[in-house]
Design a protein around this ligand. Structure first.
Ligand code: ADP
Ligand code: MG
Length: 329
């Protein structure tokens, strides 16, 4: 994958015209390269910098290995999501000429790791992680709260996406609480995610869109419980098992919108063993000694599980473990 192309392909755009004129001026002072280099460094760290300096293709195997290891280490109990994410993201990043932007839609009840997974993807693509200026995070409830202002949100969001993809083809846009997003706003960003060579002179094919949503959470929980009651191990659950259930449940964004989504990714409800793992992580974060027995005791006392009799699945996943731990201590 030639990341250097990202600078060449946008030379005709207004934003990059500005950049290239800046670079031409700086080139004579020997600082032109450093502008490109610093953006590349910010984007992909050493690998990106090397790609610019040597004009050689940047191998993204590192992303695959790093992402897989990171998900394996930090995202508990999500074997389906982890596998689909690794395949989808590395497949996309290794494609020199994707036909459309990558669009992932994460589904599951609260506290199952959707936000965490999106942060791990970001961390493995951008050197500065969530602080990268190429990563844009929106929360429907916070950023688009008023139905009466949908028209304003639409035009601002379109301008924002266009401007940022013009500036960096590999921009990423994460939308949280997608199930609460006004359908009009979804409509306004749909064209960016479709198969289009260019839209108003800008190509969106290298951008990544990630939607986070609780929609479908109930059906994923039901499917997980049914499978468990049938005596299946959690790890035997496959994407296909949950996908069918997911596709029959209606996402808040309409069915007609779903064709732009490349992967619907289910996040399974967490079990007690995963809550214990989260508590141990939190103990370390709070500077405490992570003791398994103590974590088990807390997992029983501070978390509610369903069904009532068998207490198999946590209702709110690992959400608010930290604050509950503080109260418990
Ligand atoms: N599957 C998981 N593995 C590890 N930690 C998790 C998992 N799910 C949730 N957490 C932790 O719980 C908290 C809330 O998780 P978050 O990713 O925001 O959940 P969601 O976005 O699905 O509601 C975070 O601190 C996160 O690290
Ligand atoms: Mg979240």
């Amino acid at each position: 994958m030639r990341f250097c192309n990202q600078w060449q392909s946008h030379i005709s755009t207004v934003w990059d015209q500005t950049l290239s004129s800046k670079m031409t001026k700086l080139a004579s002072t020997g600082r032109g390269l450093s502008e490109t280099s610093s953006r590349m460094w910010e984007w992909r760290g050493w690998n990106g910098l090397l790609a610019v300096l040597t004009s050689t293709p940047l191998k993204t195997c590192g992303i695959s290995l790093g992402l897989e290891a990171d998900l394996g280490r930090n995202l508990f109990g999500q074997h389906i999501a982890s596998e689909v994410i690794v395949n989808a993201v590395t497949g996309f990043m290794n494609n020199d000429n994707p036909k459309k932007p990558l669009v992932l839609s994460f589904h599951g009840t609260a506290g199952t790791g959707k936000t965490l997974a999106s942060q791990l993807i970001v961390k493995n693509i951008y050197k500065k992680g969530m602080d990268s200026r190429f990563v844009h995070f929106f929360n429907s409830v916070i950023n688009f709260p008023h139905a009466s202002q949908v028209e304003t949100y639409k035009s601002q969001l379109q301008l924002w996406i266009r401007g940022n993809v013009t500036n960096c083809a590999h921009s990423m846009f994460i939308f949280d609480e997608m199930d609460k997003m006004h359908p009009g706003i979804i409509d306004s960003i749909k064209p960016f995610m479709d198969y289009q060579y260019k839209l108003d002179g800008v190509s969106y094919q290298k951008a990544i869109f990630i939607f986070l949503s609780n929609a479908g959470g109930k059906i994923i929980t039901q499917t997980t419980l049914v499978s468990w009651k049938a005596g299946k191990k959690r790890e035997e659950l496959k994407l296909e098992d949950v996908e069918t259930a997911l596709s029959s449940s209606v996402f808040n964004y309409r069915k007609s919108d779903s064709y732009v989504v490349d992967f619907f990714i289910p996040f399974l409800p967490l079990e007690r063993q995963h809550i214990v793992q989260c508590i141990m992580v939190e103990m370390v974060a709070m500077g405490l000694q992570s003791e398994h027995n103590k974590a088990c005791e807390m997992a029983d006392k501070i978390v509610i599980y369903i069904p009532d009799d068998e207490r198999r699945i946590s209702v709110s996943g690992c959400k608010r473990i930290a604050s509950r731990l503080k109260n418990f201590m």
